[in-house]
Design a protein around this ligand. Structure first.
Ligand code: MG
Length: 388
């Protein structure tokens, strides 16, 4: 029996994780759940999975949740303290980190500091603080299992191989909804169009990141930290069918790819049960029906975010954290319709131009870089809004 803590249980990854847990009650027990604004969904999860501990963002929501489950023996906590307490729960065997954005960093670190293995869906944790997170995990003997589909694919393609014999990693990208669009169409794309991802059903933040290709930029940084691979050895290829989830190229020229239907349950289940595989109730991948798989190089002119992220990784220090902060702000502004789609990259670039990089020595450095990055990005985005 594996004891799980699930951070971000009402989001897309959280819900899929609980579906797997529900299918395998003899394997997994849920000790703690944390959610954000959807208290009703959290209350249903409490009834279904009987966690000992639950955390929500504030005291008001904690009270609402208590009143929704008065008959349940569950402790309801709130705020960052509550998240940390769930992440560090002594009996946990695995902490699933599925909170969106920078907000996932501190609870993920709390899990690592408590010595718990982590199934990591929150890529921003490694983008903002990869050096810190991986060095603490190494020091404490904590394993980080990737949940992101591309990184899970690479992790799977590395099994039984020698990491020293890897020539490069190849991340695949669907290209998002605007893969075929003209620069003019991309510039003025609406949130509705950007949220309409052709292959994957995901949360809003990652879907917009996918449309700008920043998602792939964040994933290059994530791959750098997870697999200790330099930036220039992490390639990106556009693969619109989203069947090959990523590949590892070895020194002899052999490419090992992981394929499957685009469903996050596959990488989630692999992270939950590693090294075992769980039988999942998914349609089989039928390559004959698909007929053909295509691959192409990414277009930096139409999608500049990928090269912005590569440059941030090369610069290192606080630069990726600031880039991530600016991206989170810009995506929120775009979803609120205060800036245009094409301005997301402009906000990020302008924010980075105003940042004086420093080395990341501790968590406080990262939190401060994130705070300042958000401040700068909000100012730049507001100026763009006023100029419209
Ligand atoms: Mg991904």
């Amino acid at each position: 029996m594996k004891n799980l803590v699930l951070l971000g249980s009402t989001g897309s990854i959280g819900v899929s994780t609980l579906e797997i847990v529900a299918a395998y009650p003899e394997r997994f027990r849920v000790l703690a759940l944390t959610g954000n604004y959807n208290v009703d969904a959290l209350a249903q999860q409490v009834r279904r999975f009987s966690p000992r501990l639950v955390a929500v963002p504030d005291a008001a929501r904690a009270q609402v949740l208590r009143e929704l489950v008065p008959d349940r023996n569950v402790e309801v906590l709130s705020g960052l303290q509550g998240l940390r307490a769930c992440a560090a729960l002594a009996e946990a065997d695995l902490v699933v980190s599925a909170i969106t954005g920078f907000a996932g960093l501190e609870p993920t670190l709390a899990a690592i500091e408590a010595g718990h293995d982590v199934a990591l869906a929150n890529k921003e944790t490694l983008v903002a603080a990869g050096a810190l997170v991986t060095s603490r995990a190494r020091a404490l003997g904590v394993r980080i299992y990737p949940v992101d589909s591309e990184h899970s694919a690479i992790f799977q393609a590395l099994q039984g191989q020698r990491e020293a014999q890897v020539r490069r990693l190849i991340l695949t990208a669907s290209g998002g909804p605007f893969y075929q669009s003209s620069p003019e169409e991309i510039e003025r794309a609406t949130p509705e169009a950007a949220l309409n991802h052709p292959r994957w059903r995901m949360g809003k933040k990652v879907t917009i990141d996918s449309a700008t290709m920043m998602n792939k930029g964040l994933e290059v940084i994530e791959a750098h930290w997870l697999f200790d691979m330099p930036e220039e050895k992490i390639a990106v290829q556009i693969h619109p069918q989203s069947v090959v989830h990523s590949m590892v190229e070895y020194v002899d020229g052999a490419l090992i790819a992981q394929m499957g239907v685009p469903d996050m349950k596959i990488p989630i289940a692999y992270a939950l049960a590693f090294p075992e595989r769980l039988a999942l109730d998914l349609p089989p991948l039928d390559l004959c029906t698909l007929g053909s798989l295509t691959f192409a190089a990414p277009d930096d002119r139409r999608f500049p975010c990928l090269s912005i992220a590569r440059e941030a990784l090369r610069q290192g220090g606080t630069v990726p954290a600031v880039m991530n902060a600016a991206n989170e702000v810009a995506v929120a502004c775009f979803l609120n319709k205060t800036i245009q789609f094409g301005q997301i990259a402009e906000v990020i670039r302008a924010t980075l131009e105003q940042h004086s990089p420093s080395a990341v020595t501790d968590l406080e450095t990262v939190i401060e870089a994130d705070r300042k990055g958000r401040q700068t990005a909000r100012r730049i985005a507001a100026a763009k809004e006023n100029a419209q």
